[in-house]
Design a protein around this ligand. Structure first.
Ligand SMILES: NC(=O)c1ccc[n+]([C@@H]2O[C@H](COP(=O)([O-])OP(=O)(O)OC[C@H]3O[C@@H](n4cnc5c(N)ncnc54)[C@H](O)[C@@H]3O)[C@@H](O)[C@H]2O)c1
Length: 325
């Protein structure tokens, strides 16, 4: 039985707490937050201990895994403290606010000999995992052009940190990094990035064009102008057909191959997104790595590459220039 402690009792900390509660081989021990009321609220709901100090939680000898769910600029401090205390660490995405922080986290976790995973959850959504399988099977031929989008409303968070671009990095670092990461998972390294964005009072809209080393071109669109709603979509055009996913559609994944009128060659693959929570799959994959001494599916080096793409997009939007990685 592995014992887990969570740092950060905000939106995602609560989600993680509920997920661990449903795992047979895990015992969630405690949660900490600088806001006593936030930690107590989650602790009362899940019948675990609440701490005001993360250091006290990290020092608990019974805890095997620390799960860092604090705002992005506060990832580094706790990941490093946990690693130095010999705990395995899972940390929310993006790995960090800047490259220096990310590289320190990777280096110290490696030196401490602990497992370190970054929670890029979109890789665990069944639709996105299925699309990777389709790409690898060559179902739509050789991919050439991609359109990805992710739209949500304005989020505030603790002390309105999401709208403070110095802290959060805004839409590209917070939201579009989900697509940057998943596209890297599909197509490998990114060669260059061009991006543009519009911001007004927390409402944001951005478009980034990525050129991958393998030649694929992807348009990635992000929005915080879709109030009270969420949608994501992905379209991958290859020389053998099109993979088309829309989270709002009843049958989100459709693989369209064959010629016009050749309807028996058109395969539709309905997804079942509610089969198992992607958050369960994600956290369980880390627990499994710790239990069986395996390498985590998304390590710090991998997550740092996704961060680099997001930072390049931010820089491009600021300078109006193409950024080469
Ligand atoms: N994977 C996903 O789908 C997903 C979704 C939302 C957020 N996130 C990521 O999770 C992280 C947290 O986001 P959130 O939406 O839960 O934020 P949030 O603002 O809702 O919660 C953050 C919590 O951290 C606490 N906190 C702040 N400083 C602290 C400190 N020094 N020590 C301990 N606790 C502290 C705050 O009191 C707050 O309760 C971010 O990195 C974000 O990018 C991921």
């Amino acid at each position: 039985m592995l014992k887990v402690g969570i740092i950060g009792a905000g939106g995602i900390g609560r989600v993680h707490a509920s997920v661990y509660q449903g795992m047979p081989n895990v015992k969630l021990i405690a949660i900490s937050d600088i806001r006593n009321e936030a930690a107590s609220s989650v602790a009362d709901e899940f019948k675990i201990k609440a701490f005001n100090s993360a250091d006290e939680l990290i020092d608990l000898s019974e805890v095997d895994i620390i799960d860092v769910c604090t705002p992005t600029p506060i990832h580094k401090e706790y990941v490093i403290k946990a690693a130095m205390a010999g705990k395995h660490v899972i940390c929310e995405k993006p790995i960090a606010r800047n490259l220096d922080e990310a590289q320190d986290m990777v280096r110290i976790c490696k030196k401490a000999g602990v497992k370190f995973m970054v929670a890029h959850v979109v890789r665990f959504f069944p639709e996105y995992a299925k699309i990777r399988e389709l790409i690898e099977q060559g179902s739509a031929g050789k991919p050439a052009v991609v359109r990805a989008s992710r739209s949500v409303g304005v989020v505030a968070g603790w002390n309105n940190w999401y709208s403070n671009y110095e802290l959060s990095g805004g839409l590209m670092l917070e939201l579009m990094i989900h697509d940057f990461d998943v596209l890297r998972w599909y197509f490998g390294d990114v060669k260059r990035v061009f991006a543009t964005e519009a911001r007004q009072n927390g409402t944001e809209y951005a478009l980034a064009t990525l050129r991958f080393e393998n030649g694929v071109i992807a348009h990635v669109e992000g929005s915080r102008a879709h109030f009270l709603s969420f949608k994501s979509a992905l379209e991958i055009a290859g020389d053998g057909g099109l993979i088309d996913f829309d989270s709002n559609a009843a049958k989100p994944i459709n693989l369209c191959i064959g010629k016009k009128g050749d309807s028996d060659k058109e395969i539709a693959i309905p997804s079942s997104p509610t089969e198992e929570s992607p958050y369960y799959k994600e956290l369980f994959s880390f627990v499994n790595c710790v239990e069986k001494d395996l390498d985590p599916p998304i390590n710090g080096v991998d997550a740092t590459k996704s961060l680099k793409v997001a930072l390049a997009a931010l820089e491009s939007a600021k300078t109006g220039k193409v950024v080469r990685l």
